[in-house]
Every structure is written in C-alpha cells, then in structure tokens.
Design a binder for this molecule. Structure first.
Ligand code: ZN
Length: 424
C-alpha cells in the first residue's frame, strides 16, 4: 500500500475523519463563495454532528457546473490556481475544473495509491496513453507515477505503432489507457505481427469509459495481463477516486478523500448498500472546486463496507454499469449498452467492435446491431445471440455481421450507439 495508515483506518475512525473533513470543506465554501454558500441555508459547519445530515442538502448537477462557467463554484483565490482541466465528451460549454497546489498534491497521492493497489511500484515502467491536455487523464497518471518514483513514458494518445515499439524497446510493464484503447492497440499489433507475450507488459489500468467484464477478459487474454478498473472524473478532481485491488472484488473508493452515496436517479432518494443507483460524490479534501453531493450520472452500487482481503477498509463499489444518460428506452424497455455488449462478447468470434443502431421506421422503433467478426461466423452462433437478445430485451434485434475492421474507428472514446430516432 502507498499509505497503509490511511488505507486501513477502522471504519469508525474513517467516518470520524470524514466528518472533520466535511466540516472543513463546508467552511471553505462559506469563506470563499457566497453564491455557493447560499445553497446551504441553515447549515452551520461548526454544528455538523453527523454525516447523515448531508442527506438533506441539495444536489449539485453537471448543468450547475456548466452554467457556472468558468469559476462560479470555485473556492480559492484566482492567484492560487495552478492548473485547469475540462470535463470530456460533452458538447457546448465545458466544465472547468481548477486546481490549487494542494489539489495537485492530493491527485498525486490518490493516484499513487491506485498504482500500488494494482501492484505497481518504483521498478515499473509506466506507459501513459491518455492525452496530456484539457482532458485530465494523462496528468493524473503522471503525478501518481512520480510520487512512486516509477519510470514514465508520457506518450499520450494515438500513434499506436510507436506505442507498441516503445512498449517492446523500453520494457513497459504497466499500460494506462481509456478502456477502449487496448482494443486499438491489439488491432494494430495483429496487423504488425506484434506479440504482447514477448514484451514485459504485465498490468493494465483502464477507465474513463464503461467497459464490460467481457471486454475486460478479451483484453486480459489478448495482452496477457492483469487489468484494473480505475474511476474518477474531471469534476471530482480527475482519475484516481478509486480502483479495484488484486482481489478484484469491487472498486475501493479512497473514502478519506471522497464521501460517496448511491441515490435513485429519478427521485434522488438515498439507496441502501447493494442497491443499484446513481453515484453521488462529495469531495473532502479538494480546494479549488470542492463538490457537495455531486451527481455523477454513473450507475453502480455499494457492494460492501467490510474490510477487503487486501487489508484495505474503504468501501467497494460495483463496476460502473452505465451512465444514467446512456440508458436506452426502446419499446418501453430500459437497458444499458454495456448489457448488450456482455451478450455479444460471450461469443469469442464476435466483436469487440460493434454498433447499436436505433431507428424509427414507419413510426415503429427498430433496433439493429452491427458486429464485427474475426472469422467466418457459425450460423448457430448468430442464432444463439439473436435468441439471447430477444430473451433479454423482449423484442427482436436485426443482426448484421461484418468483416473485422469495417466499422469506423473514432479517436478518443468509442461510439457504440447511434440513435437516429429523433425527438420523441
Ligand atoms: Zn481490496
């Protein structure tokens, strides 16, 4: 562990610390930002006695932060800002996340913990493939690696052939990436006769996208590595809010830095552990942009608050199932694209690339699925998948199998769903 004393705090101690840090965060908001403070009528940070009081406070949404462009929710003097990043994948006004010196230090600390949880240390060579720019991935991985004293290859996004060359020639042991990027690398490797088993690569840390267990297995087998699922987003201060450990029994959240709740995405009511809902995050140590009850739109559940086999005491989340905004409603059935992906990837000859297309034909909703297949598809495999989709969704999906490499490859995050139904 990177910080054993913090990562193994007994639950009572951890919650006591959370209360102290929540008070401090609120005091910071009250001292620096009257606009932000006005959301907490009747709340006195000094009088806060119980973490559960938080349940009565208003949520902060992505729209709030977007409308607050650029710094309406900031809680530090401008001259203390050292950096900014923006949230990715959205159109229109970006959400700006400023960082103080303390925020950057905090980022390095949680990222170093994530690396250690994935078994990475000073002797590792870490190839960082998320970009070093407005999107925050690259820098977070970089700060964590520096804190460990590991060797960094700060190559950033793209240039897959060079990625493979460096991986082989510089002895990369750990690869960090957006979850769909390993697929691109595997594709280029196949085309170039590159064998991952002849490299020193042993660990992958992937995140920023929803990736199914099926995809995870494909990557692990294709690269011959153990993978770790990392969470965190620009608004919460970047990648590194949590990661799964070698036990792979849920994603540890660094609870001394982040207080998490799961709420019903429609009603906002807090849900018990084990129930699936929207992840809500309160930051406990962030300075420039502290968040209270931030609705992430990510769908998951709290699996357990028991001590893990690895010794860490922080609660564990289920893998992210989808984004609340990604939920599809077709013919009255609600589902997430990842659930469809899991059914596809259960067939070794199918995928990993696919496209789910939603259309309206003569007033009726129509769903088709284009799937790349790596070899001649057996007719029974197609029938089995069609049946499984029908059982799961309750309606028929038109399947089309395409030769490998046919679907467009987008730079950045993968585009899996095309909704042409227009306004409903
Ligand atoms: Zn663990």
């Amino acid at each position: 562990m990177y910080q054993r004393e913090w990562e193994t705090l007994a639950r009572r101690e951890l919650e006591r610390l959370q209360l102290v840090r929540l008070r401090r965060t609120l005091s910071r908001i009250f001292a620096h930002n009257p606009f932000y403070k006005a959301r907490f009528k009747g709340v006195d940070p000094e009088q806060l006695k119980d973490l559960r009081e938080l349940e009565g406070w208003p949520f902060l949404n992505k729209e709030d932060l977007r409308e607050g462009y650029p710094y309406r929710y900031a809680c530090a003097p401008l001259q203390d800002f050292m950096r900014m990043h923006t949230s990715s994948g959205t159109t229109g006004t970006p959400i700006i996340c400023p960082y103080t010196e303390g925020d950057i230090r905090q980022w390095g600390e949680v990222m170093a913990r994530c690396y250690r949880a994935a078994g990475i240390g000073r002797d590792d060579v870490i190839q960082i493939t998320p970009s070093f720019g407005l999107f925050n991935g690259g820098f977070g991985f970089h700060y964590g690696a520096e804190a460990l004293g590991a060797m960094v290859i700060p190559i950033g996004a793209g240039r897959s052939a060079l990625q493979l060359q460096f991986m082989r020639d510089l002895g990369t042991t750990a690869l960090t990436a957006i979850a769909s990027y390993p697929l691109r690398l595997m594709e280029v490797a196949r085309g170039n006769g590159f064998d991952f088993r002849e490299t020193k690569l042993r660990v992958g840390i992937f995140g920023a996208e929803v990736w199914s267990d099926g995809l995870r297995r494909r990557i692990e087998e294709g690269m011959g590595i153990e993978t770790f699922d990392i969470i965190g987003m620009t608004e919460t201060g970047g990648v590194g809010m949590g990661i799964d450990c070698s036990a792979h029994e849920g994603i540890h959240v660094w609870e001394d830095h982040y207080l998490v709740e799961i709420v019903d995405p429609i009603t906002g009511e807090q849900l018990d552990d084990g129930r699936e809902g929207e992840l809500v995050v309160t930051t406990l140590t962030r300075e420039a942009l502290p968040l209270i009850r931030y609705r992430t739109r990510d769908i998951t559940a709290i699996l357990t608050r028991e001590r893990c086999r690895c010794g860490r005491t922080s609660l564990r989340l289920d893998r992210i199932k989808g984004r609340a905004d990604d939920m599809l409603v077709v013919k009255g059935v609600n589902f997430y694209p990842m659930q469809v992906e899991s059914l596809i990837l259960a067939h070794p000859e199918m995928g990993p690339d696919y496209q789910l297309i939603l259309e309206r034909v003569e007033g009726k909703e129509k769903v088709s699925l284009k799937i790349e297949v790596s070899q001649e598809i057996r007719p029974e495999a197609g029938r089995v998948l069609a049946q499984k989709l029908n059982d799961f969704l309750g309606f028929k999906v038109d399947l089309e199998f395409l030769p490998w490499g046919t679907l467009p490859r987008e730079p950045g995050k993968a585009v899996r769903v095309i909704d042409r139904r227009g306004n409903r």
